[in-house]
Design a protein around this ligand. Structure first.
Ligand code: C5P
Length: 220
């Protein structure tokens, strides 16, 4: 019976995009809707687990009362919240689309339209998933990879480089798959190279399928 497979488990989920400020009114962001991360958080809670959901700016709402939501804006904010919570967790599912770069300087006043060309210097954001992996005690660590080509190869590289237990591969380009859609089709790859493909289904259904597969392979 898969009814309450997460009872007693504390799971941290990251979701959504991050916004990196250019000035008080502008930011660099991406098209992540947060739907997959929120669906995973709801599914963990429905399966009896305790969830800390650390989310960048999205329009999603949580339904389950057992989900503790921590809203953040930037990658640095997200890292800080992950760092505060990580030691108490049993598992981390890192579904957020964290911005790779942020403006090196965020202006305190609105940037004025005086120049014909404007150069913005970007600097690298911290890798939250790699931090969590490097600072784990017993936690299982699950990453996401969104790729447009050579998906399996890139995902396996990430799995190894970031020392993950498993990685969920989103290969965008097919209809109904990826950012903003209500459906998704993914592959789940484990560190022993075991691979499971999930056909196109709603993100809600997919969340349950992924969690059951994770439980079976990481704990049993
Ligand atoms: O950006 P990349 O393709 O390496 O992202 C793969 C995984 O790493 C995702 O799970 C994403 O949430 C996580 N990540 C992160 N912090 C970053 C970049 C990515 O946690 N700065």
């Amino acid at each position: 019976c898969y009814d309450k497979r997460f009872v007693g488990k504390k799971v941290l989920v990251t979701a959504g995009p991050t916004y990196e400020a250019l000035d008080p009114v502008r930011f660099i962001g991406n098209h992540s809707s947060g739907k997959m991360g929120f669906a995973l958080a709801e599914a963990v809670a429905a399966l009896g687990g305790d969830v800390v959901l650390i989310t960048g700016p999205t329009n999603q709402k949580v339904k389950h009362k057992q989900i503790q939501v921590i809203p953040v804006v930037s990658a640095n904010d997200m890292l800080e919240s992950v760092q505060k919570n990580w030691s108490q967790m049993d598992m981390g599912i890192f579904a957020a689309a964290v911005a790779d770069y942020r403006p090196a300087h965020s202006e305190t006043q609105k940037i004025k339209k005086t120049q014909d060309q404007l150069e913005i210097i970007l600097e690298k954001n911290p890798d939250i998933l790699s931090w969590a992996s490097a600072n784990k005690t017993d936690q299982k660590v699950v990453g996401f990879a969104l790729e447009t080509q050579n998906g399996i190869e890139y995902a396996q590289n990430k799995l190894e480089k970031k020392q993950l237990d498993a990685i969920v591969l989103n290969e965008i380009g097919e209809p109904g798959v990826g950012f903003g859609t209500d459906t998704n089709s993914v592959k789940l790859i484990f560190k022993n190279n075991k691979l499971r493909s999930f056909e196109l289904q709603s993100k809600e259904q997919l969340a349950f399928s992924l969690l059951n597969e994770l439980m079976t392979n990481l704990y049993e």
